[in-house]
Design a protein around this ligand. Structure first.
Ligand code: ZN
Ligand code: ZN
Length: 379
């Protein structure tokens, strides 16, 4: 045999199992890749693994003592004189058993995705109805031009952290009642990044991004409503280390209109006309979103009736078409009549036989007395 397993572990040929185990553990602590990632050391580490695998197993030890190679007899070796990944994997199992699982998480990236951003945009009703294009000012983090997001001052670069040797975490072997336990924690020197920036970029203080104001042109589709959010992918905050940006959400805030109230995609307004116009019929000019139109008030229109203007509302956000504009009619009763007006109205009333009307009560619309009575009767 080319390899002297006893020499590798530094024990005599007549060493007891206990001595072999102790020697292995001492070496493993020293040479573990978590402690010492140097390639030469790792080669040694594989050797002690192989040596221990053979010498700790009475059967394999016997084969070895008689001049055989129990590892290649296992069929695990595979290559010319060396232990492949199989042997190393085997070793990991042993290490896990000895030290507890020391999972290799590796350094975390300095580059992370940025956050989403939101901006409120005020539009008027007409813009909501027909859609519009708006320029908005946004204030977000953008990649620092000075360091291109690297965070290092120009002419310098991030260096591998000497405390964790780029692993981003440091390991510690502690004794406990279970034996020796290896624990890992983020490297305090590099905060787990595995690299340190000796000379941070003066522009962004090493963050890789700076705040900047820019103008974006946003297309607002027809039919948006109060609270509608328009997503602009990739227009949000750039992440730390110049990481990919989040999204920007533009939240629509619809300004109230002087005349129209919006309910869904319908618009409502109220027109007030005198009693005579309601009785005789009239035409009312109305400035709609589409321009000046005439509302046709039919003769005999009652207060509270409405006149719909189909297709004069808000564009449906999905599916096209438009809602309606509904004009509610309110009839005013004339007051402060002069002598002549009063005389004419009395005459009119006499002609209609309405001098002493009884009035008509509608079902379900009884007055206060009826409601009180119901309350007393417990209905
Ligand atoms: Zn910078
Ligand atoms: Zn470190």
């Amino acid at each position: 045999m080319a390899t002297d397993y006893y020499a590798v572990l530094g024990v005599r040929r007549d060493a007891s199992q206990d001595e072999i185990k102790k020697a292995f553990r001492r070496l493993a602590r020293e040479l573990h890749p978590d402690v010492n990632p140097d390639p030469k050391t790792q080669e040694r580490f594989k050797e002690i693994n192989a040596a221990y695998e053979v010498l700790s197993d009475p059967q394999k030890k016997q084969v070895y003592d008689l001049g055989g190679d129990p590892l290649s007899a296992n069929g695990g070796g595979g290559g010319a004189g060396g232990f492949g990944a199989g042997g190393f994997g085997n070793f990991s199992d042993i290490m896990d058993a000895f030290f507890g699982t020391a999972s290799q998480r590796g350094p975390r990236s300095r580059t992370r995705r940025g956050q989403d951003a939101m901006i409120r945009l005020e539009i008027d009703l007409s813009e909501a109805a027909f859609g519009t294009t708006k320029d908005i000012q946004v204030d977000t983090a953008v990649v620092c031009n000075t360091c291109s997001g690297e965070g290092a001052a120009p002419g310098t670069s991030a260096q591998t952290c000497d405390m964790c040797r780029g692993r981003g975490e440091v390991s510690q072997v502690t004794r406990s009642f279970l034996g020796q336990v290896m624990t890992s924690r983020p490297c305090p020197q590099c905060q787990g990044f595995g690299t340190v920036v000796p000379t941070p970029c003066p522009e962004c203080a090493g963050d890789g991004r700076i705040r900047s104001r820019r103008t974006l042109t946003v297309k607002i589709p027809a039919g948006v409503d109060n609270g509608t959010r328009i997503q602009l992918a990739g227009e949000g905050e750039v992440g730390p280390g110049g990481g990919p940006p989040g999204d920007l959400y533009v939240e629509i805030h619809e300004l109230p209109h002087a005349v129209f109230q919006r309910r869904g995609d319908d618009l409502h307004c109220t027109v007030t006309i005198p009693m005579t116009a309601a009785a005789l019929g009239t035409k009312c000019p109305l400035e709609t979103l589409d321009g000046l139109e005439e509302i046709d008030i039919r003769p005999g229109t009652q207060s509270g009736q409405s006149v719909p203007l189909h297709g004069r509302g808000i564009t449906h956000l999905r599916g096209g078409g438009r809602g309606d504009l509904i004009v509610h009619v309110e009839v005013t009763t004339p007051s402060k009549l002069d002598a002549e007006q009063e005389r004419l109205l009395r005459e009119f009333s006499k002609l209609r036989g309405e001098e002493r009307p009884l009035g008509q009560f509608q079902p379900g619309q009884q007055g206060l007395f009826s409601r009180l009575k119901d309350a007393f009767n417990g209905r």
